[in-house]
Design a protein around this ligand. Structure first.
Ligand SMILES: [Zn+2]
Length: 451
């Protein structure tokens, strides 16, 4: 669901939140009508691990709103089967956005209004069946590649959309108990039968999900008391040294709460995977020890305040990297022109320049505004103002302008949007290669090893 964006407001053309919907796009190949970005209201996913046949099946039910008439868009990397709209059989097809991304479109023209979408598919990514009748499964995601979020596993919308998700998980034919580690509210309904409800501010990059036989990975479970006195479950599990992860986690949590306020999530989940680098989720991370501080920072910036699209993803990588480097200041001479927020509005992944150029840009703002308290003070304000809301680079810039009573248009144009080069030229697309070991791109076999 698009936050603060009820059914009535949805049809109000003046609502400022409309900027979060990417514009409708032609269906291509001479097909008439526009493909329309929709507003998911809720999603129910039923996942069955069939150990006898070594298969994982998913059945999904999505309720969504068409904000305008056209053909509804969603995404799912695996091929969906038995797609139904309002209970009737329909077809869907892949829709390429040339040189940017791919989504799926339901081949049915719909007027404004509320609809249901059902489908079935097989989950194969990051699932490992092994001898001894066991399965391990995780929803590892990646913000540096196109289609790297929940759509790898379940039908989803893009990051601009937040909606309540529920996952029902059954492991059938198992001879042992299973443990599901996830950042939602888990209800155990029976042996190897779980129901998980996630908060309605979650989006396609929020869910942490890891299923394994109970006891497969050593685990610490205790309570962490936040700076405002809440008791939050703290789960740390790893085949590495648990105590080292715990010590570093507690030190980092103390630092982040002092700098940016109380831990914003209902849990803290840390999987010490140990494979160079890590990835962030809402209140959760899979990480090596070196990247733990960086990934926990992302529970504030990335999964606390949340990028609405690929063009906003640079802010959180710049912020976490600026913290990793000890919040250094940089003069304008240290900056490089980039196009980190100047890509297509349909871009889903983060520009790799965020870790270096983006980080120095924030360090420059800190120097520029040091007499007004500096950038860290602003980032705390920004976090509190926008917690659990998606943001665009433009709204970040507006918040900076009003907080510091300034106009950063020229700096953003040159160093962030890539639209105001001296000779009027437009910077070409940079590759999305991460130049920071923290988010090193892992191979398929490394991701399977993490299971
Ligand atoms: Zn990061």
């Amino acid at each position: 669901m698009v936050k603060l964006f009820g059914v009535i407001a949805l049809f109000c053309a003046l609502n400022s939140f409309a900027i979060y919907f990417p514009p409708s796009i032609d269906r291509g190949e001479g097909r008439s009508g526009k493909a329309v970005f929709v507003d998911f209201l809720s999603a129910n996913y039923k996942i069955t691990y069939d150990l006898g046949n070594k298969k994982v099946w998913a059945k999904s039910l999505i309720t969504f709103i068409m904000p305008s008439s056209g053909f509804p868009l969603f995404d799912l990397v695996p091929e969906p089967k038995n797609v139904k709209l309002n209970g009737k059989d329909v077809t869907s097809s892949l829709l390429p956005f040339p040189n940017v991304t791919t989504m799926r479109v339901v081949d049915s023209y719909l007027e404004n209004g509320e609809y249901t979408l059902e489908m079935e598919h097989e989950i194969t990514a990051n699932v490992k069946f092994s001898f001894g009748n066991e399965v391990r499964s995780a929803f590892w995601t990646d913000d540096l590649h196109d289609r790297g979020f929940l759509e790898l596993y379940l039908p989803s919308n893009l990051e601009y959309d937040q909606y309540a998700m529920e996952i029902e998980v059954k492991v059938e034919g198992a001879s042992k108990d299973y443990d599901l580690i996830t950042n939602g509210a888990i209800e155990k309904r029976g042996t190897n039968d779980f129901n998980v409800k996630y908060p309605e501010y979650f989006n396609a990059s929020s869910i942490y999900y890891h299923l394994m036989p109970s006891g497969a990975i050593p685990k610490i479970e205790e309570k962490y008391t936040t700076i405002d006195g809440r008791e939050v479950p703290l789960i740390i599990y790893s085949n590495g040294t648990l105590l080292l992860y715990k010590q570093k986690a507690l030190a980092t949590l103390g630092e982040l709460e002092k700098d940016y306020g109380p831990w914003p999530h209902k849990k803290i989940i840390i999987y010490g995977g140990g494979y160079g680098g890590g990835m962030e989720y809402c209140g959760a991370t899979e990480t090596d020890l070196n990247s733990l501080g960086h990934e926990l920072t992302h529970s504030y910036f990335a999964r606390g305040v949340m990028p609405a699209q690929g063009n906003s993803g640079w802010i959180d990588e710049a912020m976490a990297s600026w913290r990793d480097g000890g919040y250094q200041q940089y003069s304008q001479d240290n900056l490089t022109a980039t196009r980190m927020a100047g890509h297509s509005v349909y871009q889903r992944q983060t520009d790799g320049a965020a870790y270096s150029s983006g980080m120095r840009f924030l360090g420059h703002l800190d120097q520029k505004f040091s007499a007004q308290g500096g950038l860290k003070k602003f980032m705390r304000f920004y976090f509190e103002k926008n917690l659990f809301n998606p943001y665009l680079t433009q709204t970040f810039e507006q918040d900076l302008d009003s907080y510091f009573a300034t106009d950063l248009g020229v700096l953003f144009g040159r160093y962030i949007y890539g639209t105001s080069m001296d000779d009027g030229s437009y910077l070409p697309l940079k590759s999305f290669k991460s130049d920071n070991p923290v988010h090193r791109i892992r191979s398929k076999s490394e991701l399977l090893e993490l299971l």
